[in-house]
Design a protein around this ligand. Structure first.
Ligand code: ATP
Ligand code: MG
Length: 497
């Protein structure tokens, strides 16, 4: 970055601050200023041109301190940009590409890219055909995602949204995807937590944290997801699949609203200026599955988070975001209090493109499970009337209880889907009656699978050979003892006396 004097000498244009309203500054002069151009004040502060009128330039200030009337301003001739490059991997940066920790240094990147660009057209996009695993069994089995999908993570405060994102990042980073975590107006301690989580899990080399804190100026918070998306596009163009997580867009909307209301924009529904839709759609449209000039396909999968208040998912921002994503995972506060982890409600959650990426086996499993859980839900409401339950109903309730226990997953646990499909087949065949025994056995199975190549190849063969759930169930039933002993579970043979 040059000094005020150097910019003034190059652009030969000067303006004077006429008025300042919190983070919005009105400037007289700068005849050749363009929208989104960065300007510098003589006090060293930076700002960006928001709009131009006949005799004033409206500037959004990137600083918490307002500037005085009469302060000189000059143009820089640059748009908002962020330095991009592989040297950013493993780092935590702000939306300008500067390290968040003072003791961290980043090699100077050679290239910069503009932060706010228009999404590319349909000719650069490809059909979403590959599945995207989150490592969370409930989501992978019931609400599967595809690479390049935009899936909204919606739920009340403290319902496990961020924990789910951690699990997904952990899984994807282990598969070689580059993961970008955009923290929008987060607490500094939260950002620290994410950094230490990435560090402790040994996935830093595949991750970048780009964050603004709640103490930052509104302008910087507003920029965060755009800068993160620019980074994602860079890695995609370099031939990598990228996962971008935006935590969260509700905060983003709040800061956007603050800026626009100070800038005297007309408030729309619920006092959000009407172009909040455009603002978010323009951002989320930059994700997807893309065809690169060399013909290869690379995806930017995007998981934006939005908070709901008291389970109300019909708010203005929430419904806007739902309409511009390819589905949503709803984190249900009631399920969370009942102890379900993750607390994703499979009946309210939607995945619009994920199913098309599923193998026939996964697809049949998905259908079977959904219809079973729907039936269970109906029966559950009957059982509230304490109607006398027949044996069929009792069995359904017992199996459902086992299924929910099977879906329960610790916050730092990432699962292998194929292995859990086979475990599910054992559950579905009533191998376990007792939940505690089932949970104990599953822990043993997971441990064995991790360490035994034989177990891994057995699961692979079983899953790849089956074309449907019924086929796999038949094989699992036939080879039950062999499968269990390979997976480290002691088989108890019951002999009839
Ligand atoms: P916020 O509204 O603050 O962003 P959030 O919805 O992102 O909250 P988290 O911070 O992920 O929620 O989780 C809230 C709490 O629930 C945390 O204390 C976390 O440890 C716990 N939790 C979440 N998921 C799990 C899980 N799978 N197993 C155990 N604990 C969990
Ligand atoms: Mg959170």
């Amino acid at each position: 970055m040059k000094t005020f004097q150097q910019y003034l000498t190059t652009t030969e244009e000067i303006g004077f601050v006429e008025a300042c309203n919190q983070s919005i500054v009105y400037v007289n002069g700068l005849p050749k200023a363009t929208v989104q151009e960065i300007v510098m004040f003589e006090t060293g502060e930076l700002g960006v041109v928001l709009s131009l009128t006949r005799d004033q330039v409206e500037i959004l200030l990137f600083s918490n301190y307002s500037v005085k009337a009469g302060t000189r301003v000059t143009r820089t001739g640059n748009k908002q940009e962020i330095p991009v490059g592989f040297e950013l991997l493993g780092k935590a940066i702000d939306p300008f590409g500067q390290p968040l920790n003072e003791n961290q240094t980043i090699e100077k990147a050679k290239i910069s890219r503009p932060i706010d660009i228009s999404p590319t057209g349909i000719n650069t996009r490809a059909h979403i055909a590959q599945s995207f695993e989150t490592g969370v069994t409930l989501v992978d089995m019931l609400i599967p995602l595809g690479k390049g999908q935009r899936e909204l993570i919606i739920g009340d405060r403290k319902t496990g949204k961020t924990s789910f994102l951690y699990q997904t990042i952990l899984k994807q980073a282990s598969l070689g995807t580059i993961c970008i975590y955009a923290g929008i107006g987060k607490k500094k301690t939260d950002i620290k937590k994410i950094e230490s989580f990435f560090h402790a899990s040994g996935i830093e080399k595949n991750t970048i944290i780009i964050a603004s804190s709640s103490e930052d100026p509104a302008g910087i918070i507003y920029l965060t997801p755009y800068a993160a998306m620019t980074l994602a596009e860079y890695f995609r163009d370099e031939g990598h699949d990228v996962l971008i997580v935006m935590d969260d867009l509700f905060t983003h909307a709040k800061f956007y609203r603050e800026i626009m209301l100070i800038g005297r924009r007309f408030p729309g529904r619920n006092a959000y200026p009407a172009d909040i839709f455009y603002t978010h759609a323009r951002l989320l449209e930059r994700a997807g599955n893309f065809i690169l000039p060399d013909g290869s396909e690379h995806a930017i999968t995007c998981l934006p988070v939005v908070e709901s208040v008291e389970g109300d998912i019909a708010g203005f921002i929430q419904t806007n975001l739902m309409s511009m994503t390819d589905g949503h995972l709803y984190f249900d506060v009631d399920m969370f209090t009942k102890g379900n982890r993750p607390a994703v409600n499979p009946f309210i959650s939607v995945s619009r493109v994920g199913r098309q990426t599923q193998s026939p086996l996964r697809l049949t499993l998905n259908r079977e499970l959904i219809s079973f859980l729907t039936l269970h839900r109906k029966l559950e409401s009957f059982s509230h009337f304490s109607a006398e339950a027949g044996s069929g109903i009792k069995r359904t309730l017992a199996v459902a209880e086992r299924i929910f226990a099977f879906f329960n997953q610790a916050a730092n646990e990432v699962r292998n889907l194929d292995l859990h499909i086979v475990i599910f087949c054992l559950l579905w065949s009533d191998y376990w009656q007792d939940i505690a025994k089932m949970e104990k056995d599953i822990t043993v199975i997971q441990q064995t699978y991790k360490n035994s190549l034989e177990a891994q190849s057995l699961i692979k063969t079983l899953v790849s050979a089956a074309q449907s759930l019924n086929e796999l169930l038949l094989t699992v039933r036939r080879q039950q003892d062999k499968i269990l002993s390979t997976l480290g579970v002691q088989v108890v043979t019951v002999t009839n006396i």
